[in-house]
Ligand binder design. Structure first.
Ligand code: TXA
Ligand code: MG
Length: 339
């Protein structure tokens, strides 16, 4: 075992894999090799573990993450796996293809992992270490590329250890990534499959199975259900940000120990003012308060530090005036590209 600053970089022995599984079940983060790039993995069913992923990456936005499974049966337990998904999975899983599908109502995956959306991105990686760790953890694993936001995706364990020193529990060294490029992301939530991100699996290979794909953002032939019109989650009720009080016909999304009374209903994201806890509770709380019984949701100010920046980015997007639902919103000023 070698230590790069203070992250243990471990050879993928059966012992190290069992330990990684135990760390993940305990809510810790482990960087794992996949055939595309190294992933920063956490238990996808644990809101706090997922919040830790965003904190470790220092992402300026709570973007939806890819959930990794070791078996197709696990995918069928999480999302509505339609005939197209079955055909693609039979042909290309395990491999560098991520499928975005509607989440099942009773799906155990954290709302934060999907950034509050009604869909989830899933893939089965083609790397024996990745699959062994998923199996050892017994959980689906949320894993974005294991780089801090704004830096390139890591393809060796040394890159990961250098970039994320002190932020994660373990790096498993599976050697250099075979593909070295992220997975192809395909949206199957509409009637027409849409390529969202080109990646390790060529578009032509997918088209050989499904026929011609739509292009992200330009395809009008794919009307979506409500909640999937946009790449970010928005409440039906208007949000009133930076609230210092709330009226009796408003719901209050609170933060911290000192909160105003008077709201019709209140959810406190973190009574002790902890941003990781607030991120973990954000989407579930927004959904709980988003009921026609209230006129609006008053939202207290969240500090613009650490994960608070990512929480505020989501709140501002959710509060922004609604626009033409056929189009995705442009990035807000000051928000960076996906990490
Ligand atoms: O190769 C890969 O895919 C790597 C390895 C570690 O598996 N993972 C990776 O994850 O690149 P990440 O989080 O860096 O990229 C996730 C991509 C983003 O482009 C995101 O917008 C898209 O997937 N995505 C995730 N969930 C989505 C959803 N529900 N709807 C639309 N796009 C989604
Ligand atoms: Mg990435």
């Amino acid at each position: 075992m070698t230590h790069s600053r203070n992250i243990p970089v471990r050879a993928p022995t059966p012992e190290a894999i069992a330990e990684a599984g135990a760390l993940l079940r305990a809510g810790e983060l482990v960087a794992i090799p996949t055939e595309t790039v190294y992933g920063l993995a956490g238990d996808a069913t644990d809101d706090r573990a997922v919040a830790r992923i965003f904190a470790a990456k220092d992402r300026p936005s709570l973007n939806p993450l890819i959930v990794h499974v070791a078996e197709i049966a696990a995918a069928r337990a999480i999302v509505r796996f339609d005939a197209r998904a079955e055909a693609l999975a039979a042909r290309f899983w395990p491999g560098p293809l991520t499928l975005v599908l509607p989440r099942l109502e009773d799906c155990a995956v954290s709302l934060l992992a999907g950034a509050g959306l009604d869909s989830l991105a899933l893939r089965m990686p083609d790397h024996p270490v990745a699959r062994a760790v998923i199996a050892a953890s017994g959980r689906p694993l949320a894993a974005p590329s294991a780089n801090p936001s704004g830096r390139v995706s890591p393809t060796t364990a040394a890159h990961v250890a250098e970039a994320l020193a002190g932020r994660i529990a373990m790096v498993l060294d599976g050697g250099p990534c075979r593909i070295g490029l992220e997975s192809t992301v395909l949206d199957l939530t509409g009637p027409r499959a849409v390529l969202l991100r080109p990646g390790g699996l060529p578009k032509e290979a997918i088209e050989a199975v499904l026929g011609p794909l739509g292009e992200a953002g330009t395809d009008d032939s794919a009307p979506r259900g409500p909640g999937q019109l946009s790449s970010h989650y928005a409440t039906a009720l208007p949000l009133r940000l930076d609230a210092t009080e709330a009226s009796s016909d408003e719901a209050l999304l609170a933060f911290g120990p000192d909160i105003p009374g008077g709201a019709a209903e209140t959810r406190n994201l973190s009574p002790r003012g902890d941003l990781e806890e607030a991120a973990a509770n954000l989407f579930a709380s927004m959904r709980e308060l988003d009921r026609p019984d209230f006129r609006a949701i008053a939202v207290m100010a969240i500090p613009e530090t650490g994960l608070g920046r990512a929480i505020n980015d989501r709140l501002r997007r959710a509060a922004a005036p609604r626009e033409d639902p056929a189009k995705d919103s442009p990035p807000l000023a000051g928000s960076a590209a996906l990490g």
